[in-house]
Design a protein around this ligand. Structure first.
Ligand SMILES: Nc1ncnc2c1ncn2[C@@H]1O[C@H](COP(=O)(O)OP(=O)(O)OP(=O)(O)O)[C@@H](O)[C@H]1O
Length: 300
């Protein structure tokens, strides 16, 4: 396992949508333009993610379960939003709506002004890494690049770069069963970052890891996030993880989830912050207390 200092997350890369000051979706010219899209000459920049008056139900008739809402949320580009809330409050449902895996029963969700499509605008990381065991580490990442339309000749270098970015340099030829659970989750993050998409959705990605590995991955993800500014939505049950990782925390009420608390997390985020120093800040303790109280209240 590598330390945060081993990461090579040195800000936007040449292939990063933010390198030229535009987002990836702004470069496409043939797609459908939704109402939130900025028009040339206007200063209005839409949020990376807009959730408007959304309610979501699973099933029909007497079997229907209302999982979420009504809920509205704007997530500006570059924000690291952490979703916390009791079990069944609809956190995963909200993530799935943003990923485009589900379509809202009422209201609408847009990502950079467009209806979300699975695998298109966002990289997704789940609790289990879901790697292909018959492929090497490098092949797992390469497949994501292929799916993202990266030309074959460019893929080997990009694989190395992505593995380097998540602290796994030199592991491309290893089999996925030859690396630890934490390393597998790093591969899953590298895969989600492939293709230069500027939205990362993470559903309790560290929940199945041991405490020490979990801390290391939290620290490394925070570093990657701070240095790249990738917009992220992260679901967790851990209040400490929420305060440590997020730039903003949203607590959902018991299901169907609505916004019970929405707070900014204005902690230092330089990309080289000392984790112990952060956790020792009085603001850190105050945020933990505030968010923890909201989660307990929501769970009553
Ligand atoms: N595919 C599905 N079909 C039917 N009901 C579902 C489905 N997925 C989720 N639900 C229900 O929707 C509600 C919200 O579930 P969801 O998984 O979004 O909550 P959560 O906050 O992520 O929960 P947890 O913290 O336990 O993972 C729950 O009542 C759940 O049982």
């Amino acid at each position: 396992m590598q330390s945060p200092d081993d990461l090579r997350a040195d800000g936007p890369r040449a292939d990063d949508p933010r390198a030229d000051g535009r987002r990836a979706d702004e470069r496409g010219s043939t797609r459908e333009v939704a109402p939130e899209e900025p028009r040339a000459g206007t200063a209005t920049v839409p949020p990376a993610v807009a959730v408007r008056e959304v309610t979501h139900r699973y099933g029909r008739g007497s079997d229907a379960v209302t999982a979420l809402g009504p809920l509205s949320l704007d997530i500006p580009a570059g924000e690291f939003l952490v979703l916390v809330g009791p079990s069944g409050s609809g956190k995963s449902t909200l993530l799935r709506l943003i990923a485009g895996f589900e379509e809202a029963s009422n209201g609408h969700v847009t990502v950079h002004g467009r209806k979300p499509e699975p695998g298109r605008q966002a990289g997704v990381v789940f609790q289990q890494p879901r790697l292909f065991p018959w492929h090497t580490v490098g092949e797992n990442v390469s497949l994501a690049l292929r799916y993202a339309g990266v030309p074959r000749a460019e893929r080997p270098a990009r694989v190395e770069e992505l593995l380097d970015r998540v602290g796994l340099a030199g592991t491309a030829r290893r089999r996925t069963w030859q690396i630890s659970g934490g390393q597998q989750q790093r591969v899953a993050i590298a895969r989600a970052l492939a293709g230069g998409r500027d939205l990362l959705l993470l559903d309790e990605p560290f929940a199945a890891l041991d405490a020490l590995t979990r801390e290391r991955l939290q620290e490394d993800l925070r570093t990657v996030s701070a240095r790249t500014g990738i917009t992220s939505v992260f679901v967790t049950h851990s209040v400490d993880e929420a305060v440590f990782l997020g730039t903003r925390a949203v607590v959902l009420s018991a299901g169907p989830g609505t916004v019970a608390l929405d707070v900014p997390i204005p902690l230092p985020r330089t990309g080289s912050d000392d984790p112990d120093g952060l956790r020792g800040l009085p603001e850190y303790a105050a945020l933990r207390a505030e968010i923890g109280a909201a989660v307990r209240e929501a769970a009553r």
